[in-house]
Design a protein around this ligand. Structure first.
Ligand SMILES: Nc1nc2c(ncn2[C@@H]2O[C@H](COP(=O)(O)OP(=O)(O)OP(=O)(O)O)[C@@H](O)[C@H]2O)c(=O)[nH]1
Length: 321
């Protein structure tokens, strides 16, 4: 049986946000492994139509995937409808079995807009209470994101708690400056750090260090997901070489790549954040062992600015065949 909801009967909601590739699924996977959020219904939102993040969350008991639209804008109607359905379930057939709802947003979402939409919805505002907004900040890319992306700043401003991810590989002074800048941008938020989801100490403050001098930002081209069909019949070496070349040439525009491909070693979950290509994760061959919908093999999603899906496909076909 899940813990009881609030004394006023409202179901607590936790929003887990952060920029593309900040480490939301990785952090959440560790918390689930540690038994946190037991009884919570997980909602995993991805802007792309080909969901991947759920593959990391096999520790979840109940999970719904909202793919094909960011939950703060194009996917908002879908999110609100799902939240209403969960409220109905929590007071009906699932009564006493849902302790709360945890929404892992897409990396393109502003959690503040989601919170506002929930508060403005006449049904949800009576049945849900926003318990916490956790926002993860990538120690390796946070300075660049804060300097160039309005969205990264909005996410930080919306947080009750900020968690610096990937601190182990970050330069200590850059990390200390990032931490200082976060506390200037959102002085009310609790700040902590976690490596692969495990809490670690914050960087030591550096005497005399100034926070980042953040420029005013104008409107920039939107960041969008692009789907690329790379086929299911191997070609792994060609694909990894092509992706490396693509990141070399267009790494400033491509913020994130993820997808599931078949290789001689099994199916791999492939990921990159900016130009950093992560070591691929081998997925079990049994779809039943994975949370949420089965992955679409041979499809990768590139998330970035100013790309052309047809030109990407043409470039891959020329290279990979
Ligand atoms: N070294 C290190 N790598 C991490 C850490 N957290 C996440 N990563 C890596 O960063 C990449 C992105 O992690 P995810 O957890 O998928 O990030 P996300 O925020 O869910 O990504 P999106 O949903 O696409 O925005 C993966 O390759 C992770 O292995 C960390 O604390 N340390």
């Amino acid at each position: 049986m899940a813990e009881a909801t609030r004394s006023d009967g409202r179901l607590p909601v936790i929003i887990l946000g952060g920029f593309l590739g900040a480490g939301k699924s990785t952090w959440l996977r560790h918390q689930l492994h540690e038994g946190r959020f037991a009884g919570y219904h997980l909602l995993v939102n991805e802007a792309a139509e080909t969901p991947v993040d759920n593959l990391l969350l096999s520790g979840a008991r109940k999970i719904s995937v909202l793919a094909g639209g960011c939950a703060c804008c194009a996917g908002l109607p879908d999110l609100l409808a799902t939240l209403r359905a969960l409220c109905d379930a929590a007071s009906g057939k699932e009564a006493g079995r849902i302790a709360g709802i945890l929404l892992e947003t897409s990396g393109l979402a502003d959690p503040g807009r989601i919170a506002a939409a929930m508060a403005e919805d006449p049904v949800l505002s009576r049945r849900l209470v926003l318990d916490q907004t956790l926002v993860l900040v990538d120690s390796l890319h946070g300075v660049q994101q804060l300097t160039a992306e309005d969205l990264a700043r909005a996410q930080i401003e919306a947080a009750d708690e900020l968690i610096l991810t990937k601190p182990a590989a970050a330069d200590p002074v850059t990390l200390a400056r990032l931490a200082l800048s976060l506390s200037v941008l959102n002085p009310g938020a609790m700040l902590s750090a976690a490596e692969q989801g495990v809490a670690v100490p914050l960087p030591e403050p550096v005497p005399g260090l100034a926070p980042l001098d953040l420029p005013a930002l104008g409107r920039s081209e939107p960041i969008l997901p692009y789907r690329l069909d790379v086929g299911r019949d191997g070609g792994w070496v060609a694909l990894s070489t092509w992706l490396s070349a693509l990141l070399h040439a267009r790494g400033d525009d491509i913020v994130r790549i993820k997808g599931v491909v078949r290789t001689p070693a099994g199916r791999l979950l492939l990921q990159s954040v900016r130009r950093v290509v992560q070591s691929p994760e081998i997925l079990p061959d049994d779809d039943e062992a994975l949370a949420g919908p089965a992955p679409e093999e041979g499809v990768i999603v590139l998330i970035g600015r100013g790309m052309d899906a047809e030109r990407l496909a043409l470039s891959w076909r020329r290279f990979g065949t």
